[in-house]
Design a protein. Structure first.
Length: 157
């Protein structure tokens, strides 16, 4: 059933992206929350793949919930083109909601919002985003304090 949940998440992300793709168009935030009685596992340690090209921003992996298996499963991080110049990704996160863990979905916007204090790495240290910046219409990726060029062929230090 992981496939169905992955499709559900991709559908939500597509709806969010389509609503933000046209400047001047009205858009709404899509917020679907899931609640679970026990915490997700620790985040795994993984290597970030090479950036595929200019304008891509890293969206970190996260634990998703599978209703059929009644367990968490890992959704790996991926490089995504920003839906518009100047937008950054706020990762989703699991947080305690009083009687269950609740998943708060990630979203695109002009600033990085709250993402539960989770240290996802690669620029997402628990608050804000330190993995790069927009300069005009170009995004400059900068992981772990070192400037790298994201051109699709390599990440040069």
């Amino acid at each position: 059933m992981r496939f169905v949940n992955t499709i559900r998440v991709l559908t939500i992300m597509a709806a969010m992206l389509s609503g933000m793709a046209w400047p001047g168009a009205a858009s709404a935030q899509v917020a679907v929350e899931f609640s679970v009685g026990f915490a997700p596992p620790e985040l795994p340690v993984y290597e970030q793949p090479i950036c595929p090209g200019e304008g891509y921003i890293w969206t970190p992996g996260y634990w998703a919930w599978d209703d059929d298996d009644q367990d968490y499963y890992w959704v790996p991080g991926t490089w995504v083109e920003a839906p518009q110049v100047g937008y950054l990704w706020t990762p989703g996160y699991w947080g305690w909601g009083g009687d269950a863990y609740v998943f708060h979905v990630g979203y695109w916007g002009p600033v990085v919002g709250f993402y539960g204090g989770v240290d996802y790495g690669y620029g997402y240290i628990g608050h804000g985003y330190y993995g790069g910046r927009w300069e005009g219409e170009h995004f400059h990726y900068k992981p772990r304090g070192q400037q790298r060029k994201c051109d699709g062929n390599s990440q040069r230090i």
